[in-house]
Design a binder for this molecule. Structure first.
Ligand SMILES: [Ca+2]
Length: 349
C-alpha cells in the first residue's frame, strides 16, 4: 500500500500486476481492506469505516494471471518498504507512508504492533505513537478511562485509584478533587420535595469550580440544584421547575483554607450563609414549590458539563477538598456512599 497526497494505490500481485486507485480523505481514519485469494480468483474488498468521510463502494476485483497461490517468504512491512530494493522498479513510489495505522489483519491474524516477544514487530524505525490517538494503547491501569487532550492523554481513574496512570491504590479519607474529578451519589429523589438543608465544609484551590450538582432532565422536569465557586464567590442556584433563582456570597472566600457553607431551602425560599458572612436569601420565581431530583447527585464535578443547564456559568469541576457534606441533617458518606467516581485523591494534610 502506498500513498501520494490523497491517493491510495493498493497492489496485489500474484504474477500479473493489478492496480486499484482510490481517492481518500486525509486526516481521517480511512478504511478497512480485505484481500482474499480464492482458487484462481483473487479479489479485493473495501469497506468504509464510519469515522471516515469518504465513501467507497464495496468492490470486487479479479486478476487474470495464471497462478492461483501466493507465498510470502519475506517479513511484512508496514508504512515503508524496508530493505526491498530489488523490487524498486515494480513499486511506483519510493516514499513511505505518513500517517497512522491502527489495525492490520491478515486472514485471521490481527497484528500486534508492539515489539516481540509480546507483539509482532521484529524491527522498527522512526515509528512513534499516533499523535491523534494517544489512547489507542490505553495506558491507564485499574480500569481507568483514557481521554485525549490536544497534545496528550490523561487517565480518568476510578474511585480508589490515583496517579497519572491510575497506578496508586488509595484509602480515601477526605477526598481531594483535581478539576477533572467527580463522585456520583444516589439521587435525592423526593427527599428534598419541600425542604433541603445543606451543610458543606470545603477548601478550594481555585476561584471557579462545581461543588455539588443534581438535576435536570432535558425532556422532563427542569428541577435542579447546584452549588459552585465562581469568581471566588460561593453560589447556589436552583430551579423548582418554573425558573432559576440564585444566591451569591457577598464576599469572596480565601483559597486553601477551610470554609463552611449552610444552605436552607423551604418551598420557594432559599437562605445561604458562608462562614461569618452576612446571610443572603432569594425566592424562586413563579408558582412551583417542590423540588424533585430523580437523577444522580454529583460532588466535586460532573463527567459531562453538557448535562448541566446553561444558567450555571461555571463550566469547570472543583479543585480542592470537601471534608463534610450534610444533607437534611444526615451526614453524607462522601466517598463510601458514592456509586462511582473519577480522579479523587486524598486531601493533603
Ligand atoms: Ca419541581
Amino acid at each position: 500500500m502506498s500513498s501520494q497526497k490523497n491517493r491510495y494505490e493498493v497492489y496485489h500481485d500474484a504474477g500479473v500486476p493489478c492496480h486499484v486507485k482510490l481517492a481518500l480523505g486525509i486526516k481521517n481514519w480511512n478504511f478497512e481492506l480485505l484481500c482474499k485469494l480464492q482458487n484462481n480468483l483473487s479479489w479485493l474488498h473495501f469497506v468504509t469505516k464510519s469515522c471516515g468521510s469518504t465513501k467507497i463502494p464495496n468492490m470486487k476485483f479479479w486478476h487474470d494471471g495464471l497462478f492461483s497461490r501466493i507465498t510470502f517468504r519475506e517479513p511484512v512491512f508496514i508504512g515503508g518498504r524496508g530493505n526491498t530494493s530489488g523490487l524498486a522498479e515494480r513499486f511506483p513510489t519510493d516514499r513511505g507512508f505518513v500517517g497512522c495505522v491502527r489495525l492490520l489483519q491478515a486472514n485471521d491474524h490481527r497484528y500486534d504492533f508492539g515489539e516481540t516477544p509480546a507483539g509482532d514487530t521484529v524491527k522498527s524505525q522512526e515509528v512513534e505513537e499516533c499523535s491523534t490517538d494517544k489512547c489507542t494503547r490505553s495506558p491507564c491501569q485499574h480500569g481507568g478511562k483514557c481521554v485525549t487532550t490536544t497534545n496528550s492523554s490523561i487517565c480518568l481513574c476510578p474511585l480508589g485509584y490515583t496517579g497519572d496512570l491510575c497506578e496508586t491504590i488509595l484509602d480515601l479519607q477526605v477526598p481531594s478533587f483535581n478539576g477533572s474529578s467527580y463522585l456520583r451519589h444516589p439521587a435525592l429523589g423526593d427527599s428534598a420535595l419541600s425542604w433541603l438543608d445543606l451543610d458543606i465544609v470545603f477548601k478550594t484551590q481555585s476561584i471557579d469550580g462545581l461543588i455539588l450538582y443534581e438535576g435536570y432532565q432535558k425532556y422532563g422536569s427542569a428541577d435542579f440544584i447546584c452549588v459552585y465557586m465562581i469568581d471566588g464567590h460561593v453560589e447556589f442556584t436552583f430551579d423548582l421547575g418554573t425558573g432559576t433563582a440564585s444566591l451569591r456570597s457577598p464576599w469572596t472566600v480565601s483559597l486553601g483554607e477551610w470554609h463552611r457553607l449552610w444552605i436552607s431551602r423551604t418551598g420557594k425560599l432559599a437562605v445561604m450563609r458562608v462562614d461569618n458572612q452576612p446571610e443572603v436569601q432569594v425566592l424562586s420565581p413563579e408558582a412551583f414549590t417542590q423540588l424533585s431530583l430523580p437523577l444522580s447527585m454529583y460532588i466535586g464535578g460532573v463527567p459531562d458539563f453538557d448535562t448541566v443547564p446553561a444558567q450555571i456559568k461555571v463550566r469547570t469541576s472543583f479543585k480542592g477538598c470537601i471534608q463534610k457534606v450534610t444533607i437534611n441533617e444526615k451526614p453524607l458518606q462522601i466517598v463510601r456512599g458514592a456509586l462511582s467516581g473519577a480522579n479523587v485523591a486524598n486531601c493533603p494534610h
